[in-house]
Design a protein around this ligand. Structure first.
Ligand SMILES: NC(=O)c1ccc[n+]([C@@H]2O[C@H](COP(=O)([O-])OP(=O)(O)OC[C@H]3O[C@@H](n4cnc5c(N)ncnc54)[C@H](OP(=O)(O)O)[C@@H]3O)[C@@H](O)[C@H]2O)c1
Length: 297
């Protein structure tokens, strides 16, 4: 099969389309014929060699955590899914013709493979951080960096739960945020005052890692009501860094339910062919994705 791989850490140019052995589903896993893979910032952080987890990345390495496709192999002990089912989920090395998933759900009616590939990691992250920050119906959540993949999911899940959201994004994404039900303002000089004018903030999420934790603590009045997923300086402000992916096993099923009820829709900003994975990474690294970028296989 064809897959995207890299043999040294570096820029997007280290990504190569190569011939590789097909992977196989182990116990509790499924294998899919991949139709589309989601592009996440963590994909290019790993490609750059950033130290993200306890386990070092072994070279040569594949790329990608999210995918949508058709189940073509069931691992031992797997039930509730059949060969030929369309699913979306999380696994490893998903920029490839075949990939093994460790968590999945059936793709809801009406969602294309291209759209479905954009959901898994961002929905898992959104459900996790809304829970961890402890915000409830009737309260107001501030989301810094709200127009990207995680932000798009957070805004809609929060709206469904009766939480008011104030989101910050670039000037070009103000109407996008409002369309997702949020109060919107731009980041950049004067943003704290603009947020104060929109309302009192009960809890805050930093999704962009743009050096705003001191301001988020000031706006909420309590570091325990602030969570970041992108600022490694969190501890300096008494703020929690949330980083344990896969900690919400039911997130995909919850997402499928929200999608089926018309409560969650994350647009695809741009789709790329598998050989163009390097361009997808370069565009993602530019830091201004509206919704999601995906790779078509
Ligand atoms: N720890 C975890 O579990 C975890 C999980 C998922 C993601 N992450 C990390 O979280 C970050 C966001 O992920 P994502 O998938 O949502 O990324 P993304 O889709 O690339 O979105 C990035 C967003 O950041 C916004 N942005 C850029 N500069 C900003 C600034 N100065 N202030 C506020 N917002 C700004 C952009 O908005 P405009 O286009 O409107 O400028 C864009 O919408 C990444 O760093 C990723 O690595 C961590």
């Amino acid at each position: 099969m064809k897959k995207i791989s890299f043999t040294e850490f570096g820029g997007p140019e280290v990504l190569r389309l190569v011939d590789a052995e097909e992977p196989h589903a182990g116990p509790g896993q499924v294998r899919i014929a991949v139709r589309a893979a989601g592009v996440n910032p963590v994909d290019w952080r790993i490609r750059e060699g950033q130290k993200l987890g306890a386990h070092p990345v072994e070279l040569p390495a594949g790329v990608g955590l999210d995918a949508a496709g058709v189940v073509d192999e069931l691992g031992e002990g797997v039930d509730g899914v059949r060969i030929g089912d369309p699913v979306f989920g999380e696994g490893v090395d998903t920029y490839a013709e075949f990939a093994v998933l460790t968590a999945w759900a059936r793709i809801p009616e009406g969602l294309t493979f291209e759209e479905a590939a954009g959901y898994p990691s961002v929905v898992e992250t959104a459900v996790r951080i809304i829970r961890e920050v402890g915000v409830e119906a009737g309260q107001t959540l501030l989301v810094s960096g709200a127009s990207g993949g995680v932000g798009s999911a957070v805004l809609q899940i929060a709206r469904d739960r009766g939480i008011t959201v104030i989101g910050t994004a670039g000037a070009a994404n103000q109407d996008y945020l409002r369309g997702l039900g949020a109060l919107a303002t731009t980041y950049g000089e004067g943003w704290v005052e603009r947020v104060r004018q929109l309302g009192q903030v009960d809890a805050a999420l930093d999704l962009a890692g743009s050096g705003v934790l001191a301001e988020l603590v000031a706006l909420t009045g309590n570091p325990e009501k602030v969570i970041t997923i992108a600022d490694l300086g969190a501890a300096d402000y008494g703020v929690r860094f949330s980083g344990v992916a896969g900690s919400v096993p039911d997130a995909l099923a919850a997402a499928a339910d929200l999608i089926a009820r018309g409560k969650l829709h994350i647009p695809v900003d741009k789709a790329y062919a598998l050989p163009d994975a390097a361009a997808a990474h370069a565009d993602s690294q530019a830091g201004h994705t509206r919704g999601r970028r995906v790779i078509l296989v």
